[in-house]
Ligand binder design. Structure first.
Ligand code: SF4
Length: 702
């Protein structure tokens, strides 16, 4: 046994010793020999990368020595080691420029979470059903042996891999493993995905990726549904650039208009908030383009290829006069004329679409229309050298014999109607690399826990956020706390032990990261869409409007995103910027509508679609259209650590299985619902700021 592994049993000192003397066996902790050489009290700053979204912000991590509970050789004990104490933005990082969002600040909690999986687990033998949460600890040798035996006995084509969408070498590693094993490409899963925007950008501008918004230099910005200051794309980079647009140029303050039917955090920052009918955002964009072209400020040809995709563009969009557009969108013609005039005059202008505007059955049309408006006034920038994986449906796992899950939780984050839970449940063998038990990993036969990001080699290649290509890489900032292993290293080991070995060119993920990014692969050109993507089609909604009177808008939570961060107590504690809700969620309903229905703040209501119902407290708000109900995603977990389990409701569950036809992306804003009060307020809605009852009466929206 080497010195680092030597376990020294010793009497504990100070308060721990006092506790030990109480006779509680829980406090008879082992003290391990310190693993790091650090000067007590002196902080060291080490770089890393925030893993919580695909923006790839650079971190500066303050590391100091400290005492911590660790697992070594299957035993729990104490040791002194270098510990990450605080995360800050990495100064001069080209994406986040030294800043972080609140989610990034909370990311250290992942490493120290009390419910982390600290060693390999195997589903317990016995009569229990899959998903009952009963696991037993096994050794790494045993765990790797089991996986090798399973893969040896599996037809390579029957191996499915699901991971979260995170561009960079980790995704590339998984792809190479799958390819060399003979399996299909891994599925990059995300519920609030951007594949419609990427496809529209490919058609309009030739780039299958998200744009880098030119906010810093803009004088006029129109966002069609994008919560770009909150949760969409690269929020920190966009906040920095937005600050520059507003206050960074003496004497120039760019104007910002947000078009959406439920006020987001981004909308609350806008100079003008313009509510439109759901699914008509593209019509409004073409109405603005009609006025601009008619005024002679810009010509149809100025939009180039993006304009040619829109029916009637070359003739000046005769069907999109402000009067016609008012009928479809509900935005007054005079307002359309004024906004168009301002947008044409105050250049450079930036227009873009995301969020609910593209999460419709006609989402591709909306995105193409906004692209054409943008191209009419200014060019669009994309980060060079980026390669984004094409989408595959999560339902494709249904024929797999073995499923490997890396960082995704499709059972929680898929509509009930998609039957993802059922599809996964019938896969004979499931392996999760998760470091927490969640709704998907609880169904696993084997859990092989990864290190936390602070204990790992990390690498990121974001698709947006800067004008130049950005590749970030960093080593571990601290020793692993538990008996976890780097997932790519585990797969390298597994690959070597297979009867038909998977021959990867790296001995470890560290070696792969140090070798640098791989050359971009050539991607096949995709044909133009079937049908007429550039022609307006009425958005389709699931649910008869006579019975289901409201449009339902689930949206990524500012704190918890799609629910993947609900296990972090600091983020549960973060008040929602619009409702101030903490540790809970609610359904937002227009104040006047709520009054008509006799619904008051905190009352428990049932929100039902054709696919099911959820019960949740109500939150009357003036910042939402009268025929819309909105709800943040993130809560409603059945199994996701002590902090998230059994808290609130999951709006994704009741979405209909309705998609944008060209991309197959879930049209998550295309479900209709009904609402009824089922009980008086029961205290389950926790608001930091009290209520909105003192607000002045609202003006009619439309
Ligand atoms: S935007 Fe926030 S959550 Fe996303 S990578 Fe940056 S700091 Fe992390």
């Amino acid at each position: 046994m080497d010195r680092r592994r030597f376990i020294k049993l010793s009497a504990l000192t100070g308060s721990s010793a006092t506790l030990a003397s109480c006779g509680n066996p829980e406090y008879h902790l082992i003290r391990f020999v310190p693993e790091d050489k650090l000067t007590p009290g002196i902080a060291v700053w080490k770089p890393s990368i925030c893993p919580l979204c695909s923006a790839g912000c650079g971190l500066n991590v303050r590391v100091m020595d400290g005492e911590v509970e660790v697992l070594r050789d299957g035993k729990l004990g104490l040791t002194r080691m270098g510990l990450a104490k605080k995360l800050e933005g990495l100064p001069d990082h080209p994406i986040n420029h030294g800043k972080l969002c609140t989610r990034g600040l909370a990311a250290a909690e992942i490493t120290y979470h009390p419910d982390r999986v600290g060693h390999p687990l195997k589903r317990a033998a016995g009569p229990g059903a899959r998903g009952d949460g009963k696991f037993e600890e096994i050794s790494w040798d045993q765990a790797i042996g089991e996986l090798v035996a399973k893969l040896d006995a599996t037809d390579p084509k029957k191996l499915a891999m699901v991971m979260r969408r995170q561009p960079g070498l980790r995704a590339e590693f998984m792809r190479q493993f799958a390819m060399k094993f003979g399996a299909p490409e891994p599925i990059a899963f995300e519920v609030f995905g951007d594949d419609v925007v990427r496809r529209a950008n490919e058609l309009s501008f030739g780039s299958y990726q998200l744009p880098t918004l030119d906010l810093a230099d803009a004088r006029y910005v129109i966002s069609f549904g994008a919560d770009f200051l909150g949760t969409w794309n690269s929020p920190v980079a966009q906040n920095v650039a937005y600050g520059q647009m507003r206050q960074g140029r003496p004497g120039v303050r760019g104007k910002f208009v947000q078009i959406e039917y439920r006020m987001s955090q981004t909308g609350a920052n806008a100079d003008e908030w313009v509510p439109v009918r759901p699914g008509t955002e593209g019509v409004l964009a073409l109405g603005l383009a009609n006025v601009i072209m008619k005024s002679g400020a810009r010509k149809a040809a100025d939009a180039g290829r993006a304009g040619t995709l829109i029916e009637g563009w070359g003739e000046g969009l005769a069907n999109y006069t402000p009067q016609e557009v008012e009928k479809k969108t509900g935005v007054p013609a005079a307002r359309i004329e004024r906004l168009a005039k301002e947008f044409a005059e105050q250049r450079p202008g930036v227009a873009f679409a995301a969020g609910a505007a593209v999460a419709q059955t006609n989402g591709l049309f909306n995105a193409l229309a906004v692209n054409a408006l943008q191209a009419l006034v200014a060019e669009v920038h994309f980060m060079p050298g980026v390669q984004v994986a094409r989408p595959r449906k999560i339902e494709d796992v249904k024929d797999a014999q073995v499923l490997l899950v890396d960082g995704a939780n499709p059972v929680y984050a898929s509509p009930q109607a998609a039957k993802v839970r059922e599809a996964i449940a019938q896969i004979p063998y499931i392996v999760s690399f998760g470091i927490f038990i969640d709704e998907t990993s609880v169904m696993a036969d084997l859990i092989l826990p990864d290190h936390s990001f602070l204990e790992s080699w990390v690498q990121a290649m974001p698709e947006s956020g800067a004008r130049t290509a950005v590749v970030s890489m960093a080593g571990p900032v601290m020793q692993p706390l538990h008996e976890t292993r780097s997932t790519p290293d585990v797969l390298i080991d597994v690959g070597k032990k297979l009867k038909k070995p998977v021959d990867l060119p790296w001995k470890s993920f560290e070696e792969m990261v140090k070798a640098g990014p791989l050359p971009a692969r050539a991607q096949a050109e995709r044909p133009l869409p079937r049908g007429e993507a550039g022609k307006f089609a009425e958005p389709q909604f699931d649910g008869n409007p006579n019975e289901y009177a409201f449009h339902f808008l689930p949206y990524p939570s500012q704190a918890l995103l799609d629910g993947s961060l609900a296990h972090l107590p600091m983020l549960q504690e973060l008040p929602d910027p619009l409702t101030s809700a903490v540790w809970s969620n609610c359904v937002e309903i227009n104040t006047q509508t709520a009054e008509k229905l006799g619904i008051r703040q905190g009352d428990i209501v049932e929100v039902a679609s054709t696919q099911g119902a959820i019960r949740v407290p109500a939150f009357p708000s003036p910042g939402i259209a009268p025929d819309v109900l909105a709800m943040p995603a993130g809560q409603g977990h059945e199994n996701f650590t002590r902090y998230a389990t059994g808290r609130g409701a999951n709006p994704i569950k009741i979405l209909a299985q309705i998609t944008e036809p060209e991309t197959g992306a879930v049209a998550w804003a295309a479900t209709r619902v009904k609402i009824r009060k089922v009980a008086d307020a029961d205290g389950s809605l926790v608001l930091v700021a009290g209520s909105l009852t003192d607000y002045p009466p609202e003006h009619p929206h439309r």
